[in-house]
Design a protein around this ligand. Structure first.
Ligand code: ZN
Length: 170
């Protein structure tokens, strides 16, 4: 962790670094490329990172060193979030009509069409998504792994004004 000064120079590729999330030896191929963007007009300091000048946004990519296990865990997390959102979207409308039939969609939903089922499916999707995100965040906290968002260069860049992209740039 010698290069924690936030200079942003990616020296991790030159020698084996520690996985930011758990401390195990990092593997170059498993690094997490975190994108941060800024309006070119703001002329922010990229802190030594190479800036890709896009049409609308300047972009920097921070490579967060990770080990193989942490990469698979992230992929598994995504799968869990996706899977439980889907399962909840399917199960929630059925559960709702069975156990809480008095819970009806607000009348404005019915004004133009019978959108109650769709609304409940959307509610289920959201419920599953939120619950699985909470579960994963809790699990990460308990296992002592650090989030890629707390990687010091990421924090320094965000303090400069760089921010997470709100939409995919491509
Ligand atoms: Zn790790």
């Amino acid at each position: 962790m010698e290069d924690k000064d936030g200079s942003g120079i990616d020296r991790a590729s030159a020698r084996p670094a520690a996985c930011w999330q758990c401390g195990a030896p990092a593997i170059a191929d498993c690094a997490y490329a975190l994108r941060l963007v800024a309006n070119p007009g703001w002329r922010l300091d990229p802190l030594g990172y190479r800036v890709n000048h896009g049409k609308d946004w300047d972009e920097v990519r921070v490579r967060v060193p990770r080990c193989h296990a942490c990469r698979s865990r992230t992929q598994l997390s995504l799968l869990i979030v996706f899977g439980s959102s889907l399962a909840s979207a399917i199960a929630w409308p059925a559960l709702q009509s069975r156990f809480w039939p008095q819970l009806e969609a607000p009348t404005w939903v019915y004004e133009s069409h019978e959108g109650g089922g769709t609304l409940m499916t959307a509610a289920g999707l959201l419920l599953g998504f939120v619950l699985s995100m909470l579960g994963i965040a809790l699990h990460r906290r308990l296992s002592g792994r650090r989030s890629v968002a707390s990687y010091p260069p990421v924090i320094s860049l965000r303090q400069e004004g760089w921010h997470y992209p709100v939409y995919p740039a491509y």
